[in-house]
Design a protein around this ligand. Sequence first.
Ligand code: PEP
Ligand code: MN
Length: 341
Amino acid sequence: MIVVTKHTASEQEILSLVEELKSSYPVEVQRITGSGCTVLGFIGDTSSIDMMLIENDSRVERVMRVTEPFKKANRLFHPDNSVIEVGGRKIGGKDITIIAGPCSVESEEQIVGIAESVKASGATFLRGGAYKPRTSPYAFQGLEQDGLELLKIAREKTGLPIVTEIMDPRTIESFIEDVDIIQIGARNMQNFSMLKELGRTRKPILLKRGLSSTIEEWIMAAEYIMAGGNEQVILCERGIRTFENYTRNTLDLSAICAVKKMSHLPVIVDPSHATGLKFMVEPMCMAAIAAGADGVIIEVHNNPEKALCDGAQSLTPQAFDKVINKMRKYAEIEGRQISEV
Ligand code: PEP
Ligand code: MN
């Protein structure tokens, strides 16, 4: 971090500023004295410094960061890829993880049937929404607690660990008890009180990128969870809002490359919500592997035309099977492998 002092700051003011900065933060301060202004360079861990606080100081002209504001998620301090283990499965590393299932849990028959077929095709996690974040309050809101119970039945019958979205911090206890990976949806990516609560747990978290979030904001959301002591965070690129409206969102494939460079956390791609169109799911899965993703989360429904949520982007179990077979070949080209149990 670099602090530029005001050209009007006196020598005495600069000296006292240096002393204050040194005593407030765990850093060394190096000084370069110019003709108009003085530049102070911070050496050490600046991740916990609030830039705005320094910028507001009457002796300071400008503050600039030269390193990222996140530490625990930063690859700089953790050069190796993080591998997160859930129910004997590894997320990250050489493995490409396949998470699949319906947008929302609708009935026991539906969720168990889909779980059995995605498992047969090679998925190692079951997804399914019990609490659904719908744009309209009149749309199907999910089966809520009953949906969680049905997911547990599907897990019991297939052995697939379950991934499902949390919407309300008041349900954290039941999610800790019942769910294998807790999903934070795009709409809650910056729900900081929820992130802090989940930071206190030791549950793996699938953190979706916010609808209009920058890559740095997304990693900072992961940092919130990690700062609380829960380092088991899996990032999920699910498309962002752009001016394009042919697709539901725009899949930011380059974000995968960026996040992989900036952070050691695993990154999963959601081609279903990113495109909103089933015919794009297969090519975007291949693109995700090419970009270096650690897995995909795909919506699969036994009868997409009758799905209560997101039918247009849901694959039939047969189409899903085809995608997975193709991904197996692609993964091999990249020196990766589809995760197995
Ligand atoms: C979902 O996974 O069903 C979902 C609602 O995703 P997102 O938060 O990415 O919109
Ligand atoms: Mn959905």
